[in-house]
Design a protein around this ligand. Sequence first.
Ligand code: NAD
Length: 499
Amino acid sequence: MVRELSHYVDGQRIDGTSGRFSDVYDPCTGEVQARLPLASADEVRDAVANAEKGQLEWAAMNPQRRGRILLKFVDLVNQNMDELAKLLSSEHGKTFADAKGDIQRGIEVVEFSAGAPHLLKGEFSDNAGQGIDVHSLRQPLGVVAGITPFNFPAMIPLWKSGPALAAGNAFILKPSERDPSVPLRLAELYSEAGVPNGVFNVINGDKEAVDALLEDPRVKAIGFVGSTPIAQYIYATAAAHGKRAQCFGGAKNHMVIMPDADLDMAADALIGAGYGSAGERCMAISVAVPVGQETADALVDKLTERVKHLKVGHSLDKDSDFGPVVAASAKERIEGYIQSGVDEGATLVTDGRGLTVDGYDGGFWVGPTLFDNVTKDMKIYKEEIFGPVLSVLRAADYDEALRLCSEHEFGNGVAIFTRDGDSARDFASRVEVGMVGINVPIPVPIAYYTFGGWKASGFGDLNQHGADAFRFYTKTKTVTSRWPSGIRQGASFIMPAGS
Ligand code: NAD
């Protein structure tokens, strides 16, 4: 049976009225499992009007009470973890255990955000001038929106909504059309936890809905995560409409393996970080850079042996290392990249094309693919593939490896595997990438640090979660005050200065 999905506005699920729909698939079977309404610009505007009303009540509540409601929400998500993870797997295709990780990393940011009373504290300067005090306030922006990608349908909506709500804003989420059911369930749980109606809303849709959010003057900030061309478009359009924007884009994450590294540890890390979630992670490692021929030969042997034993299967099968990719178009795109690697002369060590899984003929399967002898000029090196494809690019020495990571167009995450503290420290300090792992393959920072890539992986000047999120979702007001009992100077015609 095909489920009918909806939007979530004013504390309830509402049907779409635009007459436009898109299909939501089960990537394990290739069958349509739900029909999603795509909002018109008018539907978006109605949701914004509703959010504006809800925001006033929410902002008036003291931040500690808002924080308590968020902690209740975290409890509810935990109570419903299995149901949410199963739903997430069924639309995304990642394994059940990985889906739980997606939700868990999201609620960690909501937990952090419940500390809003501390995070929203302003500053105070006593006697900044004669009888004059100065203090600053952090106030909510009003209605803000998040536009999120398919690959983390729980984590990224929670990274955005947790801090935004804690700071007293109303939030409109425009999730990916591919896996919108978990965001809709999260909306219900926010309401159940006590978030007032209109404060957290889900508008499903495509470019029409996104453009309506970008153009609406009542929407004060846009948080985007997705591919780089769309991130650039959203950043430029939001700025042209006078909005704050933070837009995170695609990635091509390298892992440098030094000759002194523990090669088994490095190979295991590469297998997990390269193929986990079918490579559909913005922090996946897609390029291994072994330093020196000896390291490269040994590493490729170890990878080849491990790849042979990987199991691709149904996302609810406990033995599956990873599941299908999200869509038929994604499978086609990834297979096209594999062919281009072959055409451009890379060595195809294992070929993931043509994989079948018993009982699931229609699934969007791509097996683990390993390329050796990849070079800088190849398309499979330059572009983001976003699939289970790992490329080995051999570097002659450390300097070449460092240059490769720094000169790549993308700068999301990077890792170095070594036993040498000096190399690790030098690498972390000099590499032109936003998030660095030392013997850690997917260095996604914990909730109380910030997450953000450099170069074509991020547009805007503040990162996600951590203290930056509270800066992004608030505006600063600075109050300079003097009281009548203070010193009187009569009318003054010169610019007040600190001296
Ligand atoms: P996508 O860019 O196709 O879609 C992201 C969002 O933008 C979706 O909500 C989608 O509906 C909307 N969108 C798509 N086309 C649009 C258009 N023309 N105009 C307006 N809105 C549009 O990305 P995706 O395929 O859902 O996600 C995968 C991408 O996200 C990868 O590139 C991945 O690296 C990136 N990603 C980045 C991070 C990060 O933090 N840097 C995290 C996760 C994913």
